[in-house]
Write a protein that binds this ligand. Structure first.
Ligand code: GDL
Length: 461
């Protein structure tokens, strides 16, 4: 029985719907499960932060119609050979010291198992610090209280559903949160000791969003927690910034990492339709004996995504155009090659007199026109859900390129090299206005991560 083993069952590789914001619909989840199947992935973890009954109102059972939706997802998973895992996040207000509370938790998990979920998870991430007085008297520490609850759930699962696995997301779920370090974190050490062997442990890597996850960092963690973690990978998560979108490949994880973990669950973009490349490339990383280089996997994934880009009104898209789009919305700290080259060209133009722009200037204009044409073609997509998922970012890209073209057109006629450009098309308050933008100008962050008051903060205006 899986919970009794020190190293739990086969790897769980797939997606966690684990973001803040509007949960996916049944139709979107069905599409996701098809993609998982197509990419050779085998797991779907249900954990949308804003399903009230997953977290804030975790005690409440699902109504008949909600239950029908969950059953349909579990059925779709079963048909596609994908294991469905239902997660509950009771930590906002669960009173661990009260047996009735754990009984309620177990009853809720019973409901979803009866609806077809293969496995369960208990999540303790993103909680206010500390314990209630009652729990502190009974358990002393957060780790002890959480482990006691999880172990009781594991006992119940072992009795009622021996094939079910149980996953545990700790409160300290990445290296940066471990004080003073992963090896010495009292919380992690206590979880390592008290959590029943066989309960699986989720971990996001060195950071919440980890650009790289070295195998050595996981080896250190394994020594503390006494088991292989399953990665809850936030590489493509974009819920923390509505201006970001990540269409780049799964990367920054060496193949050697696979030996150290019990699987990868990718928490991707909130916009389901935009997650094709992340899922396709995760599949290649998990599946292949020697995973392809990220850029190769990316190219294959954009080619495989092409059929989603059929258009009405005569427009057709090419693989290279999908690659171009994805290069501008690539990864958290990295632009794709074509976007990098475009920015490099712009830097050269900004630093040179227009009579020296030559080939760089022509290339920059050509690429700009290609981007604008692409943005227009996208509005004709047959798949309107895909278009609407991309729309805010595509609009921003188009507006940015138009601004650059306006500057390029103005610059040769500037009265002197120090002259500043302005246009009624870009009015203060309308262009990039609003609260967050004002704060960004007042307190900008530099490339090294330092916040320093900007020039506007020093004036009286
Ligand atoms: C988090 C949250 C997750 C969120 C992500 C990105 C975990 C375990 N929890 O910390 O719900 O989507 O950051 O914002 O990652």
């Amino acid at each position: 029985m899986s919970l009794a083993r020190t190293e739990a069952g086969s790897p769980l590789n797939g997606v966690v719907e684990g973001f803040y914001g509007r949960p996916w619909t049944l139709r979107q989840r069905r599409a996701l499960i098809d993609w998982l199947h197509g990419a050779g992935l085998n797991a779907y973890l249900y954990a949308p932060k804003d399903d009230l009954k997953h977290r804030a109102l975790w005690r409440e059972p699902y109504t008949r119609s909600e239950a029908a939706g969950l059953r349909a997802v579990a059925d779709a998973c079963r048909k596609r050979g994908v294991q469905s895992i239902y997660a509950i996040a009771p930590g906002l207000d669960l009173a661990a010291a009260r047996p009735k509370e754990t009984a309620t938790l177990i009853a809720k998990l019973d409901q979803v198992r009866r609806l077809g979920a293969s496995h369960c998870a208990i999540l303790w991430d993103d909680l206010p610090a500390g314990l209630s007085e009652e729990d502190r008297r009974m358990y002393g520490t957060v780790a002890a209280a959480q482990c006691a609850v999880a172990n009781r759930v594991a006992d119940a699962l072992e009795r009622d559903s021996p094939a079910s696995r149980l996953l545990f997301c700790p409160t300290v779920y990445c290296g940066r949160m471990a004080e003073p370090s992963v090896r010495q974190s009292p919380y992690l050490r206590e979880v390592g000791e008290k959590l029943r062997p066989g309960i699986e442990f989720l971990w996001t890597g060195p950071h919440i969003v980890s650009e790289a996850i070295p195998a050595s960092s996981i080896r250190a963690l394994r020594q503390v927690i006494g088991r292989k973690p399953i990665l809850w990978d936030n590489l493509h998560a974009n819920d923390y910034d509505s201006r970001r979108l990540y269409l780049g490949p799964y990367t920054g994880r060496a193949p050697a990492l696979r030996q150290e973990i019990g699987g990868v669950l990718l928490n991707p973009n909130c916009q389901l339709e935009t997650n094709f490349v992340p899922i396709h490339t995760l599949g290649a990383w998990c599946r292949c004996a020697r995973p392809p280089a990220a850029r190769t996997a990316f190219r294959k994934a954009t080619a495989a995504w092409l059929p989603a880009f059929t258009c009405r009104g005569g427009a057709t898209l090419e693989i290279d155009e999908i690659g171009l789009l994805a290069d501008f919305f690539y990864l958290p700290s990295e632009l794709g090659n074509r976007a990098k080259a475009y920015v490099a060209d712009l830097k050269r133009l900004l630093g040179a007199a227009p009579d020296q722009w030559g080939a760089v200037g022509r290339r920059f204009e050509r690429t700009s026109r290609r981007i604008l044409a692409l943005c227009d073609k996208l509005t004709q997509l047959d798949d309107r859900d895909l278009l609407y998922a991309l729309y805010p970012r595509v609009w921003e890209l188009k507006e940015t390129v138009l601004l650059l073209l306006a500057w390029i057109a103005w610059r040769p006629h500037a009265p002197n090299p120090k002259a500043r450009f302005r246009s009624p098309d870009y009015r203060p308050g309308i262009f990039r206005g609003g609260f967050a933008a004002s704060i960004e100008r007042l307190l900008p962050m530099d490339d090294a991560g330092f916040f320093t008051p900007g020039v506007w903060a020093q004036s009286d205006e």
